[in-house]
Unconditional design. Sequence first.
Length: 277
Amino acid sequence: MAAEEPLVSTTLNLRDQRDPNLLRINIVGLGTIVRREIRRVVRIWVQTIVPPAITMTLYFIIFGNLIGRRIGEMDGVPYMTFIAPGLIMMAVITNSFGNVVSSFFSGKLHRHLEEMLVSPLAFPTIVAGYVIGGVVRGLAVASLVTVVALLFADLSIVHPLVTISVVILTSMVFSLAGLLNAIFAKNFDEISVIPTFVLTPLTYLGGVFFSISLLSPAWQAVARLNPILYMVNAFRYGMLGSSDIPIGTAYAIIGVSLIVLYSIVVYLLNRGTGIRT
């Protein structure tokens, strides 16, 4: 009896076939994944959309209202206004990451992912479906947190295109990061390690609550190693018109992060890494 053909080999053979309907299949597949991800977010909106708004409200009350009164202004704007873009970006980062890592790992756990991987769907199509789902949740949370921010701060969007592009690109980056975490995770405990011990510290040190101009030159150099610093400052530039980082440099860092994470994720899926728990 011939040995059973491995999952990845079977998948690659299916994708090598020159099916004229392959494009249509991938479009339908992408739409199916995106609809499923959106339904998942909307179905439990009390858990996916509302809690970030409540958390950010507490940040505005504690850091913006109570502590902000003592600080006064930062970079020429009231402290409450200064931290608003950073808090919005924090919500986008954590929710985009959390949405994809939990959804993808759930697919691994219940064997849904294996069914997709042995279908004619291309790996980029599968990745795009999960990323779009993460972006949708990130934008939904960002919109709600922005409404909350308007209750506490006088916000105006100085550069609309920069604001929109940065929030979408950042959401894509951390959706891919969530996908990467889910690939290597073996249980639900492991999908909380990165958010707790990596993502949260980097976010707090990413210029959300302070300007890096307050730091010494040595610590400024250390802070510039944090990619979240560039995303927060680019978003702040779009909303307030001020930034500690050149906007071109920020876009370059975001672009490189996006390309690197996408390449790694597609490569790992192509190898079949982390498909089974």
